[in-house]
Design a protein. Structure first.
Ligand code: RUQ
Ligand code: CUA
Length: 660
């Protein structure tokens, strides 16, 4: 209880300190800041910055240093702007073993790596709420795959990757009973477990598949990072709540002085998995893939998972004591130093991989935690950063021997040296920084030019917008000895982690349009002559084409109330940046945004009789406003015949202008 009060006390002190900072905020931006972030019209940014969307469930892409928003990539949440999650083709992407889940809480991102360096192929994203991991293809900036994680809850320590993207990990923030068993919450110690899942990534295609899960004691796995270089075979997870509380964690999970960094030898785990040391457990989890030729997603429910128990697998898992409720677990570019950031600790411990290895060899253990050996703190420790600030959360590296840690409570970024652990510089953030990010700052070769702080609170930083204020990022120049604040830019949703890479790594690999001759969509309409409307029972399939500036067919009659009408729209264009949109009046399925060469489908259920205009929603040409048509919906049981076409329905000779 005491510790809790101290934390609240220090919060009050910080609040006062912050109000002083607020007044001085303008003066911290020095003369050449504007020039450093100015990207002239028509010029490109130097870096792509991918930012997690938090409770928006999606990922946003910014340019650095300008902070300009380039794109929102829909991942775990439906996205009306382009029909993701609404079109028949993309609906299966959001399927889970519990049916469709069209929202999530997206925290962390990781770019794929080869030899510890960014390779610009894929971006991985975690879903915290309904445990899932997504892979985004960086040639299309689209979600290519989503894998649900069984035996998991609060998939937070995810989706970090090993040095050659052999595996992507997923660790549980909330322990749960395995196999969704029904047990009393008070049986936490006995029945609840955390799991660290290892997802295999195919070297060529990027396809993810569940390789194995390591079962760990009931506690909260928070964050993780893979080793590199000498520590290549290892993965490091931070954990809190080793008190194993299941109520009022705020107090009950902050009792112990130290929790752990969990060191997992994934190479050993892989050997154990391959040699039959694990056991297969029934499970049920969705595996969703988007096929770029069929332009369609498929969802398959997987039925089992391979589980490894550290009891049966010696030398696979070790615990390293770490003060106090650690959050970030970050590995420096050399792979030698592991930084554990204790949210409630007054120092930052830095562990040495060499010492950890030696401690294991010499069996310098101080006991066990659920049969897992606990290495002696001092035996693993390189040293401690003293008085770094309050509330350390995350650390990134500049590749020049320096580390940068975000301080949530004292609202600052602190720069310190890995070799002698001396604090070198501190820069205020506005306010309450969570993650920070240096392009490549968690890889072997950071581009140590910029640092971005992702802040939780913005109060007086922007024009006020009612009770809800934006969250924001701040860009710092870190190329000199002192950090220099350059820019504030608002973000979408709540940014947690981000990734950034040099633009050159991906900008020339972009798909410009889809080759229509390779379109394998079941409902492709290859040319206007193939346009068609087919009725089967009360299902009506409309095979429609879109090209500047008309839709074929654009007049449809003979549809009745209660029919399910499927508009399959093929964009016939074969040119970059010419998508067409498609929307029908009163449709609950929002709109489609169809890329050139692609086919997408919207389902429309006619509820009432009447005339329903449909039109292209993307201003595609000078005659975009003309790109529209009419659907006639007649009462159920009427005898209006099926008729459709563009410029083919003859005028009704019995109609008198203005009177019919
Ligand atoms: S978290 S603010 Cu969800 Cu990565 Cu640390
Ligand atoms: Cu097509 Cu506007």
């Amino acid at each position: 209880m005491n510790k809790f009060l101290i934390t609240l006390g220090s919060l009050a002190v910080i609040a006062t300190a912050q109000s002083c900072k607020m007044k001085n905020a303008d003066s911290v931006v020095s003369g050449d800041a504007a020039a450093k972030v100015y990207v002239a019209p028509g010029k490109y940014d130097e870096f792509y910055n991918f930012v997690s969307g938090g409770f928006s469930g999606n990922v946003t892409v910014y340019g650095l240093p300008s902070g300009r928003l380039l794109k929102t990539i829909p991942v775990f949440s439906v996205y009306p702007e382009n029909g993701y999650g609404y079109s028949e083709e993309t609906k299966p992407m959001l399927n889970t073993s519990n049916g469709p889940v069209a929202w999530d809480d997206q925290h962390h991102l990781e770019l794929s790596q080869t030899d510890g360096k960014q390779d610009g192929r894929w971006l991985f994203a975690n879903a915290n709420n309904t445990p899932r991991v997504a892979r985004i293809d960086l040639t299309t900036f689209r979600t290519a795959q989503i894998l649900q994680i069984p035996n998991s809850a609060g998939n937070h320590s995810s989706p970090f990757t090993t040095e050659n993207t052999e595996y992507v990990v997923a660790g549980t923030r909330f322990s749960v009973p395995l196999g969704d068993t029904d047990v009393p919450i008070s049986s936490f110690k006995k029945n609840f477990r955390s799991t660290a899942s290892f997802i295999k990534v195919d070297k060529t295609t990027g396809k993810m598949s569940m390789a194995f899960q390591i079962v760990l004691p009931g506690m909260n796995l928070d964050l993780s990072h893979a080793g590199k270089g000498p520590s290549h075979d290892w993965f490091f997870f931070s954990c809190y709540n080793t008190e194993q509380a299941y109520t009022m964690l705020e107090v009950n999970a902050s009792q112990k002085d130290k929790d752990f960094i969990v060191a997992v030898n994934w190479k050993k785990a892989e050997e154990y998995a391959n040699s039959g040391k694990g056991h297969k457990m029934p499970a049920s989890y969705a595996h969703n893939t988007y096929d770029e030729t069929a332009h369609t997603a498929k969802s398959v429910i997987e039925k089992e998972v391979l589980v490894l128990d550290p009891k049966d697998c010696p030398d696979m898992v070790y615990m390293i004591p770490c003060p106090k409720s650690p959050h970030g677990a970050d590995v420096d570019p050399t792979g030698e130093y592991i930084v554990g950031s204790g949210k409630l600790a007054a120092l930052i411990p830095v562990f040495s991989f060499e010492k950890i290895t030696k401690a294991i060899q010499d069996k310098q253990f101080e006991g066990n935690f659920y049969d897992i050996p606990v290495i002696k703190y001092e035996a693993a420790l390189h040293g401690e950063v003293k008085k770094p600030g309050l509330g350390p959360l995350h650390t990134e590296f500049d590749g020049r021997g320096n580390a940068y840690t975000s301080m949530f409570l004292s609202s600052e970024v602190v720069k310190w040296r890995l070799s002698d652990l001396q604090v070198l510089d501190r820069a205020p953030t506005y306010y309450s920084v969570g993650h920070l990010m240096i392009p490549g700052g968690d890889t072997k070769n950071p581009a140590g030019k910029y640092l971005v702080a992702y802040n939780k609170i913005t109060k007086d930083r922007y024009l006020p917008t009612g009770p809800e204020l934006c969250q924001s990022a701040q860009l710092y120049d870190i190329s000199g000895d002192k950090m220099q604040l350059l820019l504030d830019f608002p973000t979408a949703g709540e940014p947690h982690y981000g990734q950034a890479c040099p633009a050159a790594l991906i900008k020339d690999k972009q798909v410009k349009f889809y080759d229509i001759t390779k379109n394998k969509n079941e409902f492709l309409t290859l040319g206007e002559k193939k346009a068609n409307v087919i009725r089967k029972g009360n299902r009506v399939d409309v095979y429609m084409t879109a090209i500047r500036s008309h839709l074929v067919p654009d007049n449809i009659e003979g549809v009745y109330v209660g029919d399910d009408v499927y508009f399959h729209v093929t964009n016939l264009e074969q040119d970059w940046d010419i998508p067409h949109g498609f929307a029908v009046k009163n449709s609950s399925a929002v709109d489609l945004l169809i890329m050139p060469g692609e086919t997408q489908t919207i389902k429309f259920t006619a509820q009432k009789q009447g005339i329903y205009p449909f039109y292209c929603t993307d201003f595609c040409s000078a005659l975009h406003q003309e790109m529209s048509g009419y659907l006639r919906v007649s009462p159920t049981g009427s005898n209006v015949p099926l008729k459709f076409g563009t410029n083919v329905i003859a005028p009704d000779p019995t109609a008198v202008a203005g009177t019919k």
